[in-house]
Design a binder for this molecule. Structure first.
Ligand code: NAD
Length: 481
């Protein structure tokens, strides 16, 4: 099966790329070519930014009020929903995301995000009148779109993470240039098809896939007003530095190495069931996963066994098979990286409780068995660095204070989970973890509440009303009332 896209989506049109070079997406399951897409260059980015600028200032979109924007977003949601299964199949084909997850998160999830922000657009007044404090008059506070948004998307949840930017940006009245990752250049154009079908005004959404150079050119482009980035901490630091120099607003959703704290009263059946999602979602290639499992020393062996049994029980194989729970890693390079960490873990003295190898029953595809390490030093690289694959470490702790200290002793602060039979105890502990989000007895992103990181996990928040403020420029008009 080969999927081909031969044009970029700029100014509401399908246009040939300025350069003949193409991106070949390779299936991580078969190692065969899966499809091709045009590779965007600076000339294409120039055209896309220019189209987004015109749409922002001089188009029907510029004249839309919140209700018209919301109507357009609902039409876009319906068009995305109509192709949800096809989009999910593309994501599964491109990156090996198990199909059951792809259908929910990548197929149907983006429409739900759009509907949430369409509703928020209607409920957010453009102007608010405030009696001035400390002086006479009435101030009119206006919410204006921040402008042209550069959205840089990673491959791991390409549709949902793209929509975490597109939906609040549209709600605020912005226009966008989207730079998808090369690994997921094909599914990205589903949004273009949907935008055309829904009649979204030309130039509101522009899509130009490419590699990091294309992304870097877009980030620094003089026609861009705001950058929204999801990806690695290393790239986030570079983008943040550029935006700092340009004084350009930026949100950064970066990496993580979150902790799961298993309390001494936890029901290990619940823990194991929950960790299959909270620690291994999408073949371990999810930013918020609880990949450091902290277990009370009194129950350490029991927790290691429960987590190892869970990992060993998850069917590894073709991600298009609904029974599969663990698919391949996204690329040969990513598998090499994960295998290097597994080798490092062994050198650092860790004990492999399960996994650690390529599965015997699969002779092609970039698979690695779900792997659980025990007896790892909490200061080791395996225990501290983001691996981005199905590799977990289980570390012992002595007291709850000790568990909190270990959880917080990280460069990152993105997700995390607490496992206990006592909800109040879980809540108390959740309040003490230095992180952007934490789940008690499960972990599930909530579209209506802020998501993002502290420390090296990022700057700013996506989702919820807080996620929309990043796309709003506030203006105060002082009047005598
Ligand atoms: P990556 O940083 O290599 O690439 C992400 C995107 O940025 C791609 O589109 C890439 O082409 C582009 N890019 C890379 N360097 C750039 C630069 N200097 N300037 C502009 N664009 C640039 O990350 P990845 O490997 O695609 O994704 C995996 C990483 O993303 C992991 O570290 C993961 O934790 C993180 N992530 C974070 C979140 C979150 O919400 N916090 C969500 C998903 C993934």
């Amino acid at each position: 099966m080969s999927h081909t896209r031969d044009a970029l989506f700029i100014d509401g049109q399908w246009v040939a790329a300025a350069s003949p070079s193409t991106i070949t997406v390779v299936s991580p399951t078969t190692e065969e070519p899966f499809g091709t897409a045009p590779h965007g260059t600076p000339a294409d980015i120039d055209a896309a930014v220019s189209a987004a600028r015109t749409a922002l200032t001089d188009s029907s979109w510029a004249a839309y009020g919140p209700d018209e924007r919301a109507d357009a977003m609902l039409a876009l949601a319906a068009a995305l929903e109509a192709r949800a299964n096809a989009t999910a199949a593309l994501v599964t084909g491109e990156i090996g995301m198990p199909m059951t997850i792809a259908r929910a998160a990548e197929g149907h999830g983006p429409a739900a995000t759009l509907r949430y922000y369409a509703d928020l657009a209607r409920r957010t007044p453009v102007e608010e009148h405030r009696t001035a404090i400390g002086g006479p008059g009435v101030t009119v506070v206006r919410r204006e779109p921040i402008g042209v948004v550069a959205a840089i998307i990673p491959w791991n949840f390409p549709q949902s993470l793209m929509m975490f930017k597109v939906a609040p940006a549209l709600a605020a009245g912005c226009t966008l240039v989207i730079k998808p990752a090369p690994e997921t250049a094909l599914d990205a154009f589903q949004l273009a098809d949907a935008a055309s079908e829904a009649g979204l005004p030309a130039g509101v959404i522009n899509i130009v896939p490419g590699g990091r150079e294309t992304g870097a050119y877009l980030v620094g482009h003089p026609g861009v007003d705001k950058v929204a980035f999801t990806g690695s901490t290393a790239a986030g630091r570079e983008i943040g530095a550029v935006c700092g120099r340009l004084l350009r607003p930026v949100t950064l959703e970066l990496g993580g190495k979150s902790a799961a704290i298993v309390l001494d009263d936890a029901d290990l059946t619940v823990v194991a069931r929950g960790l299959s999602w909270a620690s291994l979602l999408n073949n371990g290639q999810t930013c918020h996963l609880s990949t450091r499992i902290l277990a009370p020393r009194s129950r350490y062996a029991e927790v290691v066994d429960a987590v190892a049994d869970l990992a060993a029980s998850m069917p590894v194989g073709d991600p298009a098979d609904p029974a599969t729970r663990v698919g391949p890693l996204v690329s040969a390079r990513q598998r090499e990286r994960v295998e290097d960490y597994i080798a490092l873990g062994r050198t650092e003295g860790g004990r492999v409780a399960t996994g650690g190898r390529r599965p015997d029953h699969l002779d092609r595809g970039w698979f690695v068995e779900p792997t659980v390490f025990a007896d790892v030093d909490p200061g080791s690289r395996l225990a501290r660095e983001e691996i981005f694959g199905p590799v977990l470490v289980v570390l012992p702790y002595d007291t709850v204070d000790d568990a909190v200290r270990l959880a917080n002793d990280s460069e990152y602060g993105l997700g995390g989970t607490i496992w206990t039979r006592d909800h109040e105890r879980g809540m108390d502990l959740a309040r003490r973890i230095h992180t952007g989000s934490v789940g008690v007895n499960f972990y599930n992103l909530d579209l209506g509440s802020p998501f993002g990181g502290v420390k090296a996990s990022g700057l700013g928040r996506e989702l919820g009303p807080e996620g929309m403020t990043a796309y709003i420029s506030y203006k105060s008009i002082y009047t005598r009332g």
